[in-house]
Design a protein around this ligand. Structure first.
Ligand SMILES: [Zn+2]
Length: 351
């Protein structure tokens, strides 16, 4: 066997020619060899383009959903200083609190937590699921808000009919636990409950565990029957590109603003005028929109799977009765019935 060096192929030749060409044409090389007037002209063009972008009108996401429809929209300033998210979750909050039969006080709190959860979820990976748990010593017990991609959201309260009359408060000392799930991976972190509202709890969490300066504002109003009349809110986040001066400008703008709930009218359901005031002095665009909707993740299959996880002895005991077993979803209160024969099958699966 001989080991003669291989003759270079035509393909290899042309590839190395290509490399040389690319090197000679690299921006670094061009900048180094171009006459200074050319460089100046190029920079002037770029600067002019940046200026033009600054004054170009805001790009809106049309069509605008009517005021009766829940929605969440996001915007970003063109220089990346800040982002603004605005949400309307009136229908979703009404549905969740109606199903749970919440007292008026709990209705307001759950509405605010839902608004805050939707906003925060929309700042993270779009495919992540966000679950907020209030674990505390107040009379209403645990509260859970579950929000996932495409604006799906649901809520749970251990004692939704309680109010603050006896204890003097709804939410006692405790923690906000935040769980983020992507695929099969889940991360949870907790911070102490700080402040006195859903927005306070969430802002404290974002600052403590994510180190992000964020303003979260909820505007949830009840009707004369103590039910949700309107559930809206916004989130404003300074991005790494944002400066102190940018922040100062935004704070001054916010001082002049009306409530976001008042700004969403039949003529302007997105509160675009209001947003233009908030981001006055910045070039920005409305860049994404999600549909928000109350949904539950429960199903008969999931309920059966939960039963299967019980010890066989417990299932056998449940199967002794003659009436179907009634299971109620903690979130949507939907009822599922399991016949004794099905339970017996679960207790003694065919081998
Ligand atoms: Zn359910």
């Amino acid at each position: 066997m001989t080991h003669e060096p291989k003759a270079p192929t035509a393909a290899a030749d042309s590839a190395s020619d290509q490399d040389d060409l690319e090197l000679a044409d690299s921006p670094f090389d061009r900048a180094a060899t171009a006459p200074s007037q050319v460089v100046q002209a190029r920079e002037a063009t770029r600067a002019a383009r940046r200026e033009a972008r600054k004054v170009a009108p805001i790009q809106w996401m049309d069509p605008v959903p009517p005021r009766q429809q829940d929605t969440l929209w996001r915007s970003l300033t063109r220089e990346g200083e800040a982002r603004l998210l605005v949400v309307r979750a009136t229908t979703a909050a009404s549905e969740a609190t109606r199903r749970l039969e919440c007292s008026p006080e709990v209705t307001k709190l759950v509405g605010e937590l839902m608004v805050a959860a939707l906003l925060v979820r929309s700042t993270i990976n779009p495919e992540e699921r966000l679950q907020l748990y209030l674990n505390h010593q107040g009379p209403i017990g645990q509260v859970a808000i579950d929000a996932w991609q495409e604006g799906g959201i649901r809520a749970y309260v251990a004692h939704p009919q309680q109010d603050s009359r006896q204890a003097g408060f709804l939410v006692g000392a405790g923690v906000l636990q935040v769980s983020r799930t992507l695929g099969t991976k889940s991360y949870a972190s907790s911070v102490e409950l700080a402040g006195s509202s859903a927005a306070d709890y969430v802002m404290h969490y974002l600052l403590e565990s994510e180190q992000i300066l964020t303003l979260v504002h909820t505007d949830v109003r009840l009707d004369e029957h103590g039910r949700i009349a309107q559930a809206t809110g916004y989130l404003l986040q300074m991005m790494p590109e944002g400066t102190r001066e940018d922040l100062r400008k935004i704070i001054l703008n916010i001082g002049q603003l009306s409530a976001v709930g008042d700004a969403m009218t039949d003529q302007d359901p997105d509160a675009r005028q209001w947003a233009e005031q908030l981001l006055q002095g910045f070039a920005w665009d409305q860049c994404a929109r999600e549909t928000v909707a109350y949904r539950c993740r429960c199903s008969r299959d999931r309920m059966m799977a939960m039963l299967t996880s019980l010890p066989v002895q417990d299932i056998a005991e449940l199967a002794e009765g003659h009436e179907p077993l009634e299971l109620v979803c903690d979130y949507c209160r939907r009822k599922y019935h399991v016949r004794p024969a099905e339970l017996r099958e679960l207790a003694a699966p065919p081998s």
